[in-house]
Design a protein around this ligand. Structure first.
Ligand code: ATP
Ligand code: MG
Length: 562
């Protein structure tokens, strides 16, 4: 271990800013556009921004970036707030909407005109593109760039007053048509758009462009470090130009980091939206997705996502992380937190021929061998049990240590049983497995030192609770990669398996939405909140469980580079 804790590049920038007195505090924000649900990538940005504010004793703002009236939907505002709160990022009383700053943005544009730094142009979007030049060729002067300050002020006011149609006039910043950075070639900062806005209604028919609006939003809120993703790196000179020309006393600073990508996993809002709209998934919170709502429904915890984001680190280089790392994080988090219970997912009956007909006995079982604090429970045991169909084989292969005629195994927490045979139906399918038990092996302990190689789980048939269990695989067929040649997604037809007849021990009777359990040998599971809500309380109410993750993995934690 090095003596100095390693600091990521953003912390290094902040440390320097604070040391040099550029800022005396840290104030960050998360600025989502309310045009979809948040996903795991956004979680990284949220936890990074919130985490920095916490670390430096600063503040964190929640701000909806709703300056573009075409795409935003109010329904997403609520889901976004819920997701961020669930992750534990606390904006306290600082929930803002960029659209509340339209007045200030208008004033800022007027100020630029007064300084001779902005002008109204009549060029069409097409012409502006032509005049802009290319990466190798400088742009051409806009023929309207020579308008006087007075004329620009008058025209801009007329734009605001609705005197022009969409696209007829724009306001451009006067920077440098020959700049090697195309973003600096007199970018459009205001456009005419006769559109209804969800927050400001019909008050405005001109709207600011993102590159102009965003630095103003940051400056108004007193943001110090405006953290965004790499695609905005080339826009930073414009960000700096805007805050400089508007003469903010302590301008914010933009810092870019690499987006989080998961290998072979659909993260882009655009693709998730498509899966939702085409009905391929059951809404934005389908447990196969990696939207925050989906991860929550599947059973992930905020702690596991925090851990995952920490392991990913913060970097300037784009890279892709394995989904197995996210699975590792949830396993680690749940290992000690969840009770380990018995649930049979693919049942076959096991009948103990020498067990008294109507006898039920209660056997004690620890809830989690690695965490005594979770206590213990009593499990009913009787003559008829359910076991997993795969725990019996009439003709076992080598190294199969579970039930087969003549073999003895341990029923977890219960008794040694010896298989005597099975009953089959006319199709040859096993309908009952038979065995005898050794009454002296109560608790699953060997009475005379004899050993068994297999331990299997079970549920008493009479007391069992019936439940539905859903198993998931990647929605993408990983063998073939994410996209087909035509850009469509390569879907995995087996991404969802529904098991309708599963049996659980009666200790599950009080399970509520979002409760998590380990089903021994089968993985970690969570009570599905949606399905539960629909049927709760009705006579045919069924518990539905989502498998969060299976128990085993070949995943190894990557070594930290220094
Ligand atoms: P998408 O690309 O999924 O549509 P977006 O970037 O359009 O996402 P915004 O609402 O604009 O979504 O993003 C809000 C914030 O989240 C921005 O600061 C953005 O940079 C950040 N962000 C978006 N995707 C990721 C990601 N994969 N990793 C880290 N941060 C991200
Ligand atoms: Mg966006």
């Amino acid at each position: 271990m090095s003596e100095v804790e390693s600091r990521n590049f953003i912390e290094q920038i902040i440390d320097k800013d604070l040391a040099e007195g550029v800022y005396d505090t840290v104030h960050t924000r998360f600025p989502p556009e309310p045009n979809g649900y948040l996903h795991i990538g956004h979680a990284k940005s949220i936890l990074l921004n919130y985490g920095l504010a916490q670390e430096y004793g600063g503040k964190f703002n929640m701000r909806f970036d709703d300056t573009n009236p075409t795409k935003e939907k109010e329904e997403f505002v609520e889901s976004i707030k819920e997701d961020i709160a669930w992750l534990g990022a606390d904006w306290e009383d600082r929930l803002f909407f960029a659209s509340n700053y339209f007045d200030e943005m208008y004033e800022a544009a007027v100020k630029l005109i007064q300084k001779g730094k902005a002008y109204v142009s009549d060029l069409s979007a097409e012409e502006i593109r032509e005049y802009r030049g290319t990466l190798t060729e400088a742009g051409k002067e806009d023929p309207f760039a020579k308008r006087s300050i007075e004329e620009n002020l008058k025209l801009f006011e007329e734009m605001k007053d609705g005197r022009y149609g969409d696209g007829e006039k724009v306001l451009r910043a006067r920077i440098d048509m020959a700049s090697p950075n195309i973003n600096m070639r007199d970018p459009v900062i205001y456009r005419v758009a006769h559109m209804h806005h969800h927050n400001t209604g019909d008050k405005w028919c001109i709207y600011p462009m993102y590159d102009f609006a965003h630095p103003i939003e940051d400056a108004i809120e007193g943001i110090t470090h405006s953290i965004c993703t790499l695609e905005f790196e080339d826009h930073r000179p414009l960000y700096d130009w805007v805050v400089r020309e508007l003469e903010y006393p302590r301008p914010p600073k933009q810092i870019e980091f690499a987006k989080l990508y998961l290998t072979n996993v659909v993260t882009g809002k655009r693709y998730i939206k498509k899966l939702v709209e085409e009905g391929i998934v059951d809404g934005w919170d389908d447990p196969r997705l990696v939207s925050i709502a989906a991860l929550r429904r599947r059973g992930f915890t905020p702690e596991s996502i925090k851990k995952f984001v920490e392991l990913c680190g913060v970097s300037k280089a784009n890279s892709s992380v394995d989904y197995a790392m996210l699975e590792y994080c949830i396993r680690e988090d749940l290992k000690l937190k969840c009770p380990r219970m018995m649930a049979v997912l693919n049942p076959v009956k096991l009948i103990i021929d020498n067990y008294p007909e109507d006898q039920i006995e209660y056997l004690p079982a620890p809830n989690n061998l690695e965490n005594e604090a979770l206590g213990s429970r009593q499990i009913p045991f009787g003559k008829e049990l359910y076991i997993e169909r795969e725990d019996f084989m009439e003709e076992p292969p080598k190294k199969y240590f579970r039930l087969f005629p003549g073999n003895e195994v341990r029923l977890m927490n219960a008794y040694f049983v010896k298989c005597t045979g099975c009953v089959k139906d006319e199709n040859g399918e096993v309908t009952e497995v038979h065995c005898t038990y050794d009454a002296a092996s109560r608790g699953g302990n060997s009475p005379d030192g004899r050993k068994v190689k297999g331990t299997i789980h079970w549920v008493s048939a009479k007391e069992a609770i019936k439940a539905e269990v859903r198993l998931y695989e990647n929605i993408i067929d990983e063998e073939k990669g994410v996209y087909n040649e035509d850009g469509s997604l390569n879907l995995n037809p087996n991404s969802l398996t529904v098991l309708k007849e599963c049996y659980l021990e009666p200790s599950f009777a009080d399970a509520k939405a979002y409760d998590r359990f380990q089903f021994v040998r089968n993985g970690f599971f969570c009570v599905d909140a949606n399905a539960f809500g629909v049927s709760a309380g009705s006579p045919d109410e069924t518990l539905v469980f989502n498998r969060i993750v299976s128990l085993k993995s070949s995943f190894v934690l990557p070594k930290k580079e220094d």
